[in-house]
Design a protein around this ligand. Structure first.
Ligand SMILES: NC(=O)c1ccc[n+]([C@@H]2O[C@H](COP(=O)([O-])OP(=O)(O)OC[C@H]3O[C@@H](n4cnc5c(N)ncnc54)[C@H](O)[C@@H]3O)[C@@H](O)[C@H]2O)c1
Ligand SMILES: [Zn+2]
Ligand SMILES: [Zn+2]
Length: 345
């Protein structure tokens, strides 16, 4: 089968690989129908993810049809259409029982990282019954792909951890796919303001069409003053970090209102200064989270009922044999205006 393989820092290729086989009774083999590329795949290619070894097939998102099932799998059968979660979970370990699937002792984020992933014609999914979701009739499968990772990430790490509430004020720093997914799901709670902050005007323009109330291009270093001016000098109740660099976490520290929350989503590769000299008296909280994908069934219902439309995030389509072009388009997002690129089988 064809597969996109990580061959070490800066190196990837489309290769012929053997089809995956069932290994454990709880496995299924999925024939991929659609997959996509995540910012985290670009992190892997930069060498930022030590757990991902050269030779790994990348990809942790997608939808497909079941090709074969392990002997203990009763919930799924051959030919079922399924959504693949970016997080594999056994459902039985202590962390899974607490809803913290991301820390599953035999799962977590392993797909396209510690085991071969979804950017291929076929993929082996371990713990299939608790890591796959049946796709209801009639839902848009491009939109479904957004449920593998980015919607649960924005919702769990940003909206839920940030306690977005009716009438509250929210700022989201970073208008990439994750920041925009956070914007879509924050609206389920009717905050009065959602201010999107980025340095890319085309992403800010997209944010306005997705429901942002205001946008700020922070290139001039004046974003904190602008947020304060719009919030009677108080700042925002929820400041969500969706970039993963010191400057943007720092901005969140400057714009969080007394009593507010900084909800970090970004993957940080560098240390960040914590300004307790300013924040000790402000009654704030700071949260961090690796997506658990525990809200996937709930998000699926909001998609089905039309309350959110994640297909807005899809900007480009490619075939699997064009996946190197898809990577190039995704990596040059500022020029190509790419948000999510769908790769069809
Ligand atoms: N916590 C989790 O479980 C989890 C899951 C998935 C992704 N992530 C992380 O979330 C982050 C966002 O992901 P993404 O795919 O949207 O990334 P992305 O790179 O596509 O988007 C980041 C956005 O930040 C903007 N930006 C860059 N520098 C900026 C600055 N100084 N000020 C304001 N904006 C700036 C960019 O223009 C871009 O629009 C990444 O760090 C990713 O690794 C975390
Ligand atoms: Zn991802
Ligand atoms: Zn587990």
């Amino acid at each position: 089968m064809k597969a996109l393989v990580y061959n070490g820092v800066g190196q990837k290729s489309l290769e012929d690989r053997p089809k995956p086989q069932l290994q454990d009774p709880g496995d299924v083999i999925v024939k991929m129908v659609k997959t996509t590329i995540c910012g985290t795949d670009l992190h892997i290619l930069k060498g930022d993810v030590a757990t991902c070894a050269p030779g790994r097939i990348l990809g942790h998102e997608g939808v497909g049809t079941i090709e074969s099932v392990g002997t203990s799998v009763t919930m799924f059968k051959v030919n079922d259409r399924v959504l693949i979660s970016c997080i594999s979970s056994c459902g039985k370990c202590d962390y899974c029982r607490r809803g913290m699937y991301s820390h599953c002792t035999t799962g977590g984020w392993i797909l396209g990282n510690e085991i071969d992933g979804t950017q291929a014609e076929y993929v082996r999914i371990p713990h299939a019954e608790t890591s796959l979701y049946a796709i209801p009739e009639g839902v848009d499968e491009d939109a479904m792909v957004m449920l593998s990772d980015i919607l649960p990430t924005g919702f769990e790490c940003g909206v839920l951890n940030g306690k977005v509430a009716p009438g509250s004020t929210v700022a989201i720093v970073g208008a990439g796919p994750i920041g925009l997914a956070t914007l879509l799901t924050a609206q389920l709670y009717s905050p009065s303001e959602i201010i999107m902050i980025d340095v890319d005007d085309s992403r800010l323009a997209a944010a306005l069409t997705f429901g942002a109330t205001r946008t700020i291009n922070s290139s001039d270093g004046q974003a904190a003053e602008q947020v304060k001016a719009w919030t009677q000098g108080r700042g925002v109740d929820t400041a969500i970090e969706a970039v993963g660099i010191p400057a943007t976490f720092d901005l969140c520290q400057q714009i969080v209102a007394p009593g507010g929350i900084i909800a970090n989503i970004g993957v940080h590769g560098q240390k960040v200064d914590l300004h307790l000299e300013n924040l000790w008296s402000q009654n704030i909280a700071i949260t961090t989270r690796l997506v658990d994908a525990v809200t996937t069934p709930m998000l699926l219902k909001t998609l089905q009922s039309g309350k959110i439309d994640p297909s807005l995030l899809v900007t480009h389509h490619f075939k699997l044999d064009q996946i190197l072009d898809a990577y190039d388009t995704f990596a040059r997002a500022a020029e190509t205006k790419a948000l999510k690129v769908i790769i069809d089988a």
